[in-house]
Design a protein around this ligand. Structure first.
Ligand SMILES: [Zn+2]
Length: 311
């Protein structure tokens, strides 16, 4: 199961309806918690997310609205007796703050610290790119390797069934049958998380080809001067990112409290520049499914009319 649970959507100050940042991504067996701001532990209860489901915590940067919820969440994991390793990723320059937050948390969990100080992979399938904010900040990209989808008619015609299907997948061929003869490419899914940045190449790289793109949208286009001053995105710039990356779904969040509760204007501004991307202005406790896999690669699919195995 792959879904995003939005725990909070406010930037600097929370409001009556918007908690500070916080996002939980269910990704098969992993549970990734991004940028837990104050109140994240309680938001998780409202959302039905158990602390023990967290396997990895990713901080974009160490401004309070992105990390002050960390001690509460870690302490809750200890209280609940979480026995699995918990990986914590953060910019290396935030070491002191992270150490302080960890120091005030209840001990007892197998917490593993992973500071990073440049672009690149930080775990299997997870990589970071630097963003442009007032302190060192990184966005995250989660990718599934490209795979192949078997075509049942072709498998049948080739007489391959049962455990032989797995064998063919692992070896690339079985007798005279090549994997390519009975399957078609299946692009892996991509999820990106971009917080607190001015427009930059790192953000563009992260958004490229994403199925689900979560990005800050602190300001309305009309407050572009403030966005520029504090190194944040306007809603329109968030839309630009989705358009340049050909993202399928754009989730806007990290809103300034100045806009009250109604984010329809920001959603419109983003949509106006987001080409064919579906735009969602997130609200607290919203659940957003990672969109179903992309359709088959066109050149291949054009030559094929039969049924196909759903991944
Ligand atoms: Zn922030």
């Amino acid at each position: 199961m792959r879904e995003l649970v939005v725990l909070g959507t406010a930037s600097q100050v929370p409001t009556r309806t918007r908690n500070h940042n916080g996002y939980f991504l269910r990704w098969d067996g992993e549970g990734l918690l991004f940028d837990p701001g104050e109140g994240t532990q309680r938001q998780m209860i409202h959302a039905g997310v158990a602390a023990s489901q967290i396997t990895r915590i990713c901080l974009t940067h160490v401004h309070g609205d992105h990390c002050y919820g960390l001690p509460g969440v870690l302490s809750r994991m200890a209280l609940d007796g979480a026995a699995h390793p918990v990986h914590l990723h953060y910019p290396a320059s935030g070491e002191q703050i992270v150490q302080a937050l960890v120091a005030v948390s209840s001990p007892g969990i197998d917490l593993r610290l992973h500071p990073h100080s440049g672009a690149g992979p930080v775990a299997d399938g997870l990589e970071v790119r630097p963003l442009r904010h007032r302190i060192e900040t990184y966005g995250y990209l989660l990718t599934e390797p490209d795979g192949r989808t078997f075509l049942p008619e072709r498998l049948r015609a080739a007489g391959i069934e049962g455990p032989d299907v797995g064998r063919l997948q692992r070896k690339g061929s079985l007798g005279a049958v090549a994997l390519e003869d009975v399957s078609i490419p299946r692009p892996g899914q991509r999820f990106a998380f971009i917080m607190d940045t001015a427009p930059c190449s790192g953000a563009e790289e992260l958004s490229d080809g994403t199925d689900l793109l979560v990005t800050e949208s602190t300001f309305s286009n009309d407050d572009g001067g403030l966005a520029q001053q504090y190194l944040h995105l306007t809603a329109g710039q968030a839309g630009d990112l989705a358009a340049s990356g050909k993202s399928r779904t754009l989730v806007l969040t990290h809103f300034s409290s100045r806009y009250g509760d109604d984010m329809s204007l920001l959603a419109e501004q983003a949509q106006a520049r987001a080409a064919g991307t579906a735009v969602i202005a997130a609200h607290d406790l919203q659940r957003i499914a990672v969109p179903p896999r992309r359709h088959l690669v066109r050149e291949t699919a054009d030559h094929y009319d039969g049924d196909r195995v759903k991944p």
